[in-house]
Write a protein that binds this ligand. Structure first.
Ligand code: PAF
Length: 300
């Protein structure tokens, strides 16, 4: 596995790869890799000739009071895991090589980033989009891989890629879970033993709401109540519990079509998020991924 730490270095390595006509897959990460990330790397290895994983704890997507300094950094073990999987290139830039104080350009996707996680993390998605746009420009991948666990991010990135005509196909990987259902997250390691035992409450609430939909419930307020009750009982301080349209991310009153049940809350000082996306029709409801290949002109 090759390693690059600057855009110039990555450009040199990838111009060679492109000359050979190889397709490039990108898995953008902030490191502290877990099975969720590794499943995306495997997806890339299966679909692309050459896989690039970026590791960059992006300061622009953290608010002032957020956990940038606390964010786990495990470079050596990450690099070992990627090497073992067969990743071709690890791009781990230092912040100074991506940003300067003179930067003035912002990337935002209107309306999609304002609520859900955007409401309590103002500017977060602009920071995500800025770094993802930069990575797409530097790496020029044919394929890029994001996890459904960050569903709002997955939708917003697909919208940006389609709107700005990035010639990349975005793939969404299913959420990978611990045995007790807790979605894997780099932040889980910050939970105390006691909080960790309560953490699956967020998944249980979402599952109960999904089961209610499968049994015929369509009223979003009843579904949200089920999730909130479960989370409160587990000790979460709720940030939001929402039932939104899977494409526009706008709240719905009644569930129909592709919808997303999404929740976020704090257990102690650790913020956890989770979601379930469902395709709901007259015949019933099935779990789905928020992947919209039809949005882009560049399906491959
Ligand atoms: O999902 C993440 O880890 C980050 O938001 C991403 C996409 C790597 C951008 O920094």
């Amino acid at each position: 596995m090759k390693k690059a730490t600057s855009p110039a270095e990555v450009g040199r390595i990838l111009s060679d790869v492109r000359r050979k006509g190889l397709s490039i897959g990108l898995v953008p990460t902030m490191g502290a890799l877990h099975e969720g990330h590794l499943s995306l790397v495997r997806m890339s290895l299966a679909r692309s000739d050459y896989t690039v994983v970026s590791i960059f704890v992006n300061p622009r997507q953290f608010g002032e009071s957020e956990d940038l300094d606390k964010y786990p950094r495990t470079e050596e073990s990450d690099s070992k895991l990627l090497e073992e999987l067969g990743c071709d290139l690890l791009f781990a830039p230092v912040a100074g090589s991506l940003y300067s104080d003179a930067d003035r350009t912002r990337v935002s996707v209107s309306s999609l980033g304002d609520h859900l996680c955007g409401a309590s993390r103002p500017g977060h998605f602009d920071g995500v989009l800025l770094v993802v746009a930069k990575l797409f420009n530097m790496i020029r991948p044919e394929h890029a891989f994001f996890g459904q666990k960050d569903a709002q991010q997955a939708v917003i990135v697909q919208r940006m890629a389609a709107d700005l005509d990035y010639p990349v196909r975005i793939f969404i990987g299913p959420t990978v879970r611990e045995e007790d259902g807790l979605a894997m997250s780099s932040r889980n390691r910050n939970l105390s033993r006691e909080k960790r035992s309560k953490a699956p409450g967020i998944r249980t609430g979402l599952l109960e709401a999904a089961e209610a939909i499968i049994k015929g419930e369509r009223d979003a307020s009843i579904l949200k109540m089920k999730i909130s009750d479960r989370m409160t009982a587990a000790g979460f301080k709720i940030d939001y519990v929402e039932c939104v349209d899977g494409g526009t991310l706008q709240p719905v009153q009644s569930v129909e079509g592709t919808i997303l049940l999404a929740a976020a809350g704090k257990l102690g000082s650790t913020r956890l998020i989770d979601n379930i996306a469902l395709k709901v029709g007259p015949e019933g409801a099935t779990e789905t991924l928020l992947e919209f290949p039809g949005w882009s002109r560049y399906e491959r």
